[in-house]
Design a protein around this ligand. Structure first.
Ligand SMILES: Cc1cc2nc3c(=O)[nH]c(=O)nc-3n(C[C@H](O)[C@H](O)[C@H](O)COP(=O)(O)OP(=O)(O)OC[C@H]3O[C@@H](n4cnc5c(N)ncnc54)[C@H](O)[C@@H]3O)c2cc1C
Length: 439
């Protein structure tokens, strides 16, 4: 039996690791992971990489190494198409930085296929975004943004002319507001490492521009209110009800006619699944390019093709959490916790499949939401812990739960002891490293 998973992200990598450890190790199945990248970085860390509070090299995981440790095969290359009649995945050729071909186009056979290629920023066709804005979709984007930021600080320090740098973050979802707070902190730490001619208090202006009536749409009001208070306390300007209609090289223009000065623009205003899913050999997709799946995570038109995580439109029949509108209850939200749950569900499904049993339906369980504003504040809600109700959290306890999400991912990939040792090693290493990435 050949299980092929495309996309080694929050959901896909956990899935192949668990399948390799169980079915692969016992020789009951061949497990293959296809990813366009050579390394994995847990996506919720990207804003920290962009701000410089996290070094990607310390957190990236090599797919080849993980494959060797957990009995699956890794295939490098991007998904470009699907041949459902022949049950083959089409994978693009791979080229090096100079454009020389390393690997040709390939066809990878499968019996059961899982598509888990996540999502990317949605610019909604807004003019100038592609040319003038950064997106933080992957480790490389985040790294490039950080390098430009450090360069700007160096330049300002050398020029010593008091020029103000304007940063505009478009979209006040979790990514946008978390990035604003991280940037506020890391720029100050960076300046403290000897940039004497540069004063972040007067020379950096961070603005978050949101089209909707409030920040953190889709999250409970309580989280939005606490987050707004913290951002305002940090002097981050939050513009509400301002839909961006154009991004130029030095400003962001909104539908109300407002011109927001911007030397750096980060676009974090929404997501969609990659365009390759739009017409994937007749599979059903929605307007956000997500593959439409049934509650078994099987695509609507092919029982042997499953989808999970951000790239799947998965029915959510549960009651939406208090404070969220009914619309949010339609499909499972694009979250790491959902991708994690779906990967666990599919491990059970595939074991049942090998035993000749039908798949069971997947039910999303919302454990709540947490928003981390760097070391300034963490705020959120946990669901179902206190007699089935909602528990409001903030401060140190909220931070602990926030960090535990990543620790659970590391646990799923490496086991408990390696996760514990890794945590200890990082605590020790932090004492001997700069607090932010300085290059
Ligand atoms: C800055 C930021 C902060 C976030 N914070 C949180 C949070 O606090 N809590 C939370 O629950 N969620 C958070 N999220 C959302 C969370 O990261 C996603 O919901 C989650 O990563 C989705 O998992 P996935 O497995 O579907 O996709 P991903 O983790 O995005 O993985 C997709 C994988 O597919 C690969 N891929 C893409 N295209 C192709 C292709 N054509 N061919 C082959 N491979 C391909 C990619 O290289 C990647 O490895 C955050 C997201 C961002 C950007």
């Amino acid at each position: 039996m050949k299980f092929v998973v495309v996309g080694g992200g929050a959901g896909g990598l956990e899935l192949v690791t668990k399948l390799g450890e169980t079915l692969g190790r016992r020789g009951r199945a061949e497990v293959t992971l296809i990813d366009r990248s050579r390394t994995h970085l847990w996506k919720p860390l990207l804003h920290e990489v962009a701000a410089g509070s996290m070094d990607i090299h310390a957190h990236q995981l090599d797919y080849l190494a993980q494959a060797r440790w957990h009995r699956f095969t890794f295939v490098l290359g991007a998904l470009t198409g699907l041949d459902r009649a022949r049950k083959e995945v089409l994978v693009a050729a791979v080229r090096d930085d100079e454009g020389v071909q390393i690997l040709p186009e390939r066809r990878i056979p499968y019996d059961t296929l899982v598509i888990a290629i996540g999502s990317e920023s949605n610019d909604f066709g807004t003019p100038g975004v592609r040319e003038n804005a950064f997106t933080i979709d992957n480790a490389w984007d985040a790294h490039l943004f950080h390098r430009r930021l450090v360069n700007a600080c160096f330049r300002a320090n050398f020029a010593d002319d008091g020029r103000v740098f304007n940063i505009a973050i478009v979209g006040a979802g979790a990514t946008g507001v978390e990035l604003a707070a991280e940037l506020h902190n890391t720029i100050r730490v960076l300046a403290a490492y000897g940039l004497k001619g540069f004063n972040p208090e007067t020379q950096i202006r961070i603005r978050v521009v949101e089209a909707g009536p409030r920040i953190l749409p889709g999250l409970p009001e309580y989280i939005a209110e606490e987050t707004l208070k913290t951002l305002q306390g940090l002097n981050v300007e939050v513009l509400i009800g301002e839909r961006v209609v154009e991004v130029t090289s030095d400003r962001v223009k909104t539908a109300t006619g407002r011109d927001v000065p911007a030397d750096f623009v980060v676009w974090a205003a929404g997501i969609r699944a990659p365009a390759v899913l739009r017409e994937l050999d007749g599979l059903e997709s929605n307007r956000a390019n997500q593959l439409v799946v049934r509650n078994t995570l099987q695509t609507t038109r092919d029982d042997d093709v499953f989808a999970l995580g951000d790239c799947a439109a998965t029915p959510w029949r549960g009651k939406p959490p208090r404070g969220q509108d009914q619309e949010a209850g339609k499909t499972v939200p694009p979250r790491a916790q959902a991708a994690h749950q779906m990967s666990s569900h599919l491990v059970t499904t595939f074991k049942r499949q090998l035993a000749g049993k039908p798949p069971k339906p997947y039910h999303y369980r919302d454990f709540g939401s947490l928003v981390s504003l760097g070391h300034y504040q963490t705020v959120g809600t946990l669901m179902g812990f206190v007699s089935g109700g909602t528990l409001r959290l903030e401060g140190y306890l909220a931070k602990l739960f926030y960090i535990s999400l990543y620790k659970l991912h590391i646990w799923a990939l490496h086991g408990f002891w390696r996760m514990a040792l890794d945590t200890l090693a990082r605590m020790i290493r932090r004492q001997t490293e700069p607090k932010v990435k300085l290059h």
